[in-house]
Design a protein around this ligand. Structure first.
Ligand SMILES: Nc1ncnc2c1ncn2[C@@H]1O[C@H](COP(=O)(O)OP(=O)(O)OP(=O)(O)O)[C@@H](O)[C@H]1O
Ligand SMILES: [Mg+2]
Length: 362
């Protein structure tokens, strides 16, 4: 079992891990997903102490491996890491790569290390390759050797950081097959990956990383099927988001129009979609909401799903309860209805921002 307790990792003024507390159970197979730069690699590198956390603790089977007097070789024996770039020794043959650590660190006999190595090569589909050098292998084969090398130490925990992302697409499958096999072996695994379908298939748990840590932790069905939190939902559905904040009657709608144009261009949207977004913002905010609020505090969010080709424009606004579909401005309402499939409204008295209106564009 691995417990992270208020873990923090800071690099200068970047803090990818702010306050991470989580328990990883024996046998968990965890996929770690999230946008670039959210600390996925940092999390893995901290867990096996390739990076020392700036504060907090990591308990491995109850022992604090961040303690200064802890002997890290103990933790390293229990945890193996597989890197994107394989990190094999080029001057050693495949079998020597596999024998090195078991002989040096575990003090196994060369014969025993050799026999285990041969068995592992068979397991990863590379029987007969033992005397080749890494240079003679394809990327997919190298990565399978790297996985076998990790297994040669018989670790309890295997950490894999984007193990297939440096591979030619034709070789991804063979490495995934090996990892899939591993995921059924009962070992604890954490794998950083951008391959969502694969993540969903092999793991019992998913960490979505964002906003300084593990932002959402759930089963694959929860995270991929019905994420509970905003950023997770956006990431999973690969939504393109534009946000506007309107806090004055002098808001620059012309400037906002250009922002919308740019957003639509960057996301390769159709002219009709652009026109409808502009109309929706104009009618909803300028014509319907602004006249109702003396001190406006309105956040507009445009969300575009390239896969589903859907666009929604939502407004979250503070203040009195006001349902835009009951607005007196008939003309604005007629325009809104003509460009939308559905207009929803909810009011939550206890929320920080009480009013929430969503327009699903047609
Ligand atoms: N050694 C380092 N020195 C300084 N900053 C670093 C270092 N390693 C990572 N960072 C910063 O920490 C943040 C998190 O990096 P990390 O590599 O963990 O992200 P990631 O989620 O793995 O991203 P990616 O999906 O691109 O691999 C980034 O802003 C990165 O620039
Ligand atoms: Mg990374």
């Amino acid at each position: 079992m691995i417990e992270l307790v208020h873990l923090e990792k800071r690099y200068g003024d970047v803090t990818p891990l702010r306050d991470v507390s989580v328990t990883i159970n024996d046998g968990d197979v965890i996929s770690v997903i999230g946008p670039s730069g959210t600390g996925k690699s940092t999390l893995l590198r901290c867990i096996n102490m390739l990076e020392r956390p700036t504060s907090g603790q990591i308990l491995l089977d109850g022992a604090d491996i961040t303690a200064p007097k802890y002997d890290l070789t103990l933790a390293r024996r229990k945890m193996g890491m597989v890197f994107q770039s394989f990190n094999l020794f080029g001057h050693l043959t495949v079998i020597e790569n596999l024998m090195l650590a078991p002989v040096d660190i575990l003090k196994k006999s060369r014969q025993e290390a050799y026999d285990t190595g041969i068995a592992l090569l068979k397991r990863v589909g590379l029987a007969g390759r033992e005397f080749q050098y890494p240079d003679q292998l394809s990327g997919g084969q190298k990565q399978r050797v790297a996985i076998a090398r990790t297994l040669a130490m018989d670790p309890d925990v295997i950490l894999l950081d984007e193990p297939t992302s440096a591979l030619d697409p034709t070789m991804v499958g063979e490495v995934q097959t090996v990892i899939r096999d591993l995921s059924r072996s009962g070992k604890t695994m954490m794998i950083v990956t951008h391959e969502m379908r694969f993540a969903r298939e092999i793991s019992n748990r998913v960490f979505y990383m964002d906003d300084g840590g593990i932002y959402e932790d759930g089963t694959p069905d929860q995270i991929f099927g019905s994420p509970q939190k905003e950023l997770t939902r956006r990431f999973i559905r690969q939504l393109k988001v534009l946000e506007l904040k309107i806090d004055s009657h002098d808001f620059d709608f012309i400037g906002a129009g250009s922002e919308i144009d740019l957003y639509c261009m960057q996301n390769d949207m159709m002219p009709r979609q652009k026109y409808h977004i502009r109309l929706a913002v104009e009618e909803l905010v300028q014509q319907i909401l602004l006249p109702e609020y003396e001190d406006p505090d309105i956040r507009v969010t445009v969300e575009y799903s390239p896969d589903e080709q859907t666009v929604s424009v939502s407004a979250d606004y503070k203040g009195k309860q006001f349902d835009p579909t009951e607005a007196e401005n008939d003309l604005a309402l007629t325009v809104l209805k003509s460009i939308s499939e559905d207009i929803g409204y909810t009011y939550d008295e206890k929320a920080e921002i009480q009013n929430h209106a969503v327009i699903k564009l047609a």
